[in-house]
Each structure stands twice: as structure tokens, then as C-alpha cells.
Design a protein around this ligand. Structure first.
Ligand SMILES: *Cc1c(COP(=O)(O)O)cnc(C)c1O
Length: 391
């Protein structure tokens, strides 16, 4: 049989080039040469899920009542645990039945939400550099991303005054992310107030991604978008257990806030997926009801790591933002380098994997991203290696 040429759909063919492919290949080559790689490229916690959460999964997995299809919107008991956590953590009251939706990881909800609200040609406001799922989810729905550049001049925050009026009028939806990946910048309540007013004026649905709200430093807790008056009228907030409890492999997250927005997202989901394994939701309840000392312990570890890496890099003369939250360090490429060339230099000369900033969108050019997902000893060694090889 001759077969026939298999052709991808336009939505796949129009995906942006995978900027990490070159660095992946260099990493593979270095590893095959036996180089001891320090990986500061991955945004995936290196520490295990806390034991009580694992234990709860084991017990729940053995219970036959969890072996059938779960409900689409999530178990009410899990959604009640989410509402309880929101009340304790942010002082925000949520109705578990209508204002909480369980997700198969927040990436799933972020990727699907444009399908509910964006028609072909509609505009979506997208922070850039940013999580690639915002523009890709938009384009899968036939929408057009209008980038909001996060630059040093605007404190790495979206500049609403720079959005042309006709774009704002056409925009259906806006993505935001605080604490931010990749810059680690945190938005204030005032920033959120301005966003709510802007969204009200232009009738834009706000989708705020708060995946890193629990990874913060110096005791300064980031605020929820929903803490601001009127936020629930205009949007929703995405959360994930992935980063908070070292559960990236488990695939559980949730969206909270505006009922109608959640109903729209729920409609998409009920037609595409069948919810989260109930035993994982049971374990999620254990996580959300766990004592603060669990997350305090994780924050302490990340802060120690940050306090090795950031001052170390600064001492070498690199321009680095000291992150107030999240586990990313946003480093300005030194003179003579761009994102790709500095990433390549660190890999070839120091055996350190980092991520080029332009991989998160063109406005990230001139930066690289390092992560704190490795031990402080290895981070210290990374600083020493960079000192040795220079730049
Ligand atoms: C890691 C991450 C998420 C969470 O992804 P999950 O699908 O919940 O594991 C969401 N948004 C951003 C910006 C992230 O970096």
C-alpha cells in the first residue's frame, strides 16, 4: 500500500516554532558527552508530594466507588474544600456548587476556556512573555492574540493604556498571570482594581492564572484577583495543586469565580473530558485541608535557594530581578548576548540548562529564565561555574 501524505490541520501548522528544540538538542549532545548538567530549565518541583496526600490516594484508589466515571464538574466535597481554602486563604466566599469547577490541571482549563467564549477573529489580550497556553488556546479557538508586552519600563506589568481603543473594544477575553511565569512579578490589589475597571468598561472576560499564589517569599502573600470588588462580575481565577503541593504529575486544579464563565468552560469540558479520577480529588481534599506548615516548609526551601542563586548572580554582575514569588529567576542577558546566545553559552561552557526568554514571546528577547527546582548546593555550583566560564 502506498499510503497518502498525512496533512496537519491549519491550527497545528500555524503553531509557533518550538524555540526550545535547539536547546533540547544541545542538552542531549552535552549529556552524551558525559557533561554533568545542572538543569535550571524545568518549571517542575523536584520535591515529592507530601506523604499524607499520597496516603489518601492509596486508600481512595482501593475504594470501588471511585472506579467509575466522576462527575464533570468535580465532586462536591472537593469543591467544598476549595471554597474552604479560599475563605481561609483570601477571605473570599464562594458557592461550591456554582462558583468552583474542578479541572484536570489548570492547563486544561486555560487551554479550553477560549473555546467557550472566543469566535473566529475575536481578540484575546495576552501577556507576553507568558505561559504559551494563552496564545495557543486562543488560536485553537480561531481567536487572535493581542500581546500585552511585559517590559522593564512598565515594571513587567500589562500596560492597559497602551492597548488601542479599537482593540479593547473587540477583545472578548484577557489572560493575566500573577505571580508571573516567567518574570515572577506579582500584581497588587491596585493593579487588579484597574483591571476590573478596564474589563467592566470594555466587557472583557478576565481569566487570571494564580498557579503560583502559594510560592511566595519574605512572608508577603500574593492577593487573589477575586479579593478585589467587582472581580467576580468580570472573571475567573485558575489555581492548581501542581506547584503548591508538588503535584504536577497528578493533574488536578480548579477554576473559581463568575458562574456564567464557569458554566461556559464546563460546557466545553463536559463535551470533551470526563473529569478527574475521584481518588485524586480525595487526595486533593487532604492537600487543601492540610496545615500551613506544609506549604511554609516548601516556601522556606525555595527561599533558601533563591537566596543562593540571586545574590550569587548579582555578584557576578548579572542584572537579575529578585523574585517576590514563584520559582523563576528572570535574568537580563549580559552585553553582547541575546536570549538564545546566552542560553547556548551557559550550556556549552558551564553545562547549565536555562530557558531563552523569547521562548515565552518576542518581548522576552534579551532575557533568560532560571528555575529554583534544584537543590541550593547545585544552585551554588551553577553560580561557581558561571563565574569560572565568564560571559
Ligand atoms: C505550571 C503552570 C500552571 C499549572 O499547570 P497545571 O496544568 O495545573 O499543572 C498554570 N499556569 C502557569 C503559568 C504555570 O506555569
Amino acid at each position: 500500500m502506498a499510503g497518502f501524505p498525512i496533512e496537519f490541520a491549519g491550527r497545528i501548522k500555524s503553531l509557533p516554532p518550538y524555540l526550545f528544540a535547539a536547546i533540547d538538542e544541545m542538552k542531549q549532545q552535552a549529556m552524551s558527552r558525559g557533561v554533568d548538567i545542572i538543569n535550571l530549565g524545568i518549571g517542575d518541583p523536584d520535591l515529592p508530594t507530601p506523604a499524607p496526600i499520597v496516603e489518601r490516594l492509596k486508600q481512595a484508589a482501593a475504594d470501588p466507588k471511585h472506579h467509575q466515571y466522576p462527575s464533570y464538574e468535580g465532586m462536591l466535597s472537593f469543591r467544598k474544600a476549595v471554597a474552604g481554602w479560599y475563605q481561609r486563604r483570601f477571605g473570599v466566599t464562594l458557592d461550591p456548587a456554582s462558583e468552583v469547577l474542578t479541572l484536570i490541571g489548570s492547563k486544561e482549563g486555560i487551554g479550553h476556556v477560549p473555546l467557550a467564549f472566543v469566535d473566529p477573529g475575536d481578540v484575546v489580550l495576552v501577556p507576553s512573555p507568558g505561559y504559551p497556553v494563552y496564545p495557543v488556546g486562543t488560536s485553537f479557538a480561531g481567536g487572535v492574540s493581542h500581546l500585552m508586552p511585559l517590559t522593564k519600563q512598565n515594571g513587567f506589568l500589562p500596560d492597559l493604556t497602551a492597548i488601542p481603543k479599537e482593540v479593547a473594544q473587540k477583545a472578548k477575553l484577557m489572560f493575566l498571570n500573577s505571580p508571573n511565569n516567567p518574570t515572577s512579578v506579582v500584581m497588587s490589589k491596585d493593579d487588579f482594581r484597574r483591571l476590573v475597571a478596564f474589563a467592566q468598561e470594555h466587557r472583557i472576560i478576565v481569566c487570571h492564572d494564580a498557579a503560583y499564589s502559594e510560592i511566595f517569599y519574605d512572608g508577603k502573600r500574593p492577593t487573589s484577583f477575586l479579593e478585589v470588588e467587582g472581580a467576580k462580575d468580570v472573571g475567573i481565577e485558575f489555581h492548581s495543586l501542581s506547584k503548591t503541593y508538588n503535584m504536577t504529575g497528578w493533574r488536578i486544579g480548579f477554576a473559581v469565580g463568575n458562574k456564567q464563565v464557569l458554566a461556559g468552560l464546563g460546557k466545553v469540558k463536559s463535551n470533551l473530558d470526563s473529569g478527574v479520577f475521584q481518588a485524586v480529588q480525595e487526595a486533593g481534599i487532604t492537600a487543601l485541608e492540610s496545615d500551613d506548615h506544609v506549604t511554609d516548609g516548601l516556601r522556606k526551601i525555595y527561599q533558601e535557594r533563591r537566596d543562593v542563586l540571586v545574590p550569587g548572580l548579582q555578584k557576578l554582575g548579572l542584572e537579575v530581578q529578585n523574585p517576590p514569588a514563584a520559582f523563576y529567576v528572570w535574568v537580563t542577558a549580559p552585553k553582547g548576548y541575546q536570549s538564545a546566545s546566552f542560553t547556548a553559552h551557559l550550556l556549552e561552557k558551564a553545562g547549565i540548562v536555562t530557558t531563552p526568554g523569547n521562548g515565552f514571546g518576542a518581548p522576552g528577547e534579551g532575557y533568560i529564565r532560571m528555575t529554583l527546582c534544584t537543590t541550593k548546593e547545585r544552585l551554588g555550583e551553577a553560580v561557581e561555574r558561571i563565574q569560572k566560564c565568564g560571559f
